[in-house]
Design a protein around this ligand. Sequence first.
Ligand SMILES: [Zn+2]
Ligand SMILES: [Zn+2]
Length: 288
Amino acid sequence: MNETLRANPPRPSRRGLSYAVCTQFLFMHLACLLAFWTGVSAAAVAVCLLLYVVRMFAITAGFHRLFSHRSYRTGRPFQFALAFVGTTSYQKGPLWWSAHHRRHHLHVDTEEDLHSPVMRSVWQSHVGWFLSHESQATDVRLIPNLLKYRELRWLDKFYVLPPLMLAAFTFLLGLLLGRYFPGAGTSGWQMLAWGFFVSTVLLYHGTFTVNSVAHLFGGRRFETADNSRNNLLVALITLGEGWHNNHHHYPSSERQGLYWWEVDVSHYALRALSWAGVVRDLRTPPKG
Ligand SMILES: [Zn+2]
Ligand SMILES: [Zn+2]
């Protein structure tokens, strides 16, 4: 990474919490309480889990391994699909996400790392940074290779639309299932509660464990200049991102679990997609 950026990191304009973001984040959590009123069904839980897995894949394989690290290549349609599905997670857009992630690697576990649990608190590394004024802007100097894609700039600007569309989709799905398959025991409101709100809140905290837990708890295979850890639990809930010490050592490698016992579901899926010709040039750790 460029030495000018290292010497002159972007300065936050305002510190403290962004009340607008806090309100939205709190609303997403409170809306989960809807589930107590709607009840639950196997169909609602299945959609909740399916949307968790599909969107976690879009975040790990898309926002992280593709947009932030360019660890493999793909065509624009699949790139857009990953960006769109990732954006339904309501973690802002692909440009914002990638710029912040590149900043993390550039300044890992220093004062300039917004979500370091070593330099800041566990709360700050988990959600505090996401809710703060200083994380709201996108430092476009960190993502010059992504700015050329008009569709990514559009998604990043209108990042609220994909989650709204997914919320509407889950509601409609529940309505249709309730009407045509009453045996499923679901409804529009129930599917909205589980398929959108609960699933999205689980995704928030699943993703954020990489910043908090994977910089605090777990083993260290490599003596990296940070506090990154390899953590099986984080790897399971994030489809492979828990091998975070491996990742900080080999940030451009698509594969993060280096041995067969280091479960890396995103890697297995990307390998299968490469056999199908959807993605290509998966980068591997250097030999030896
Ligand atoms: Zn890290
Ligand atoms: Zn990374």
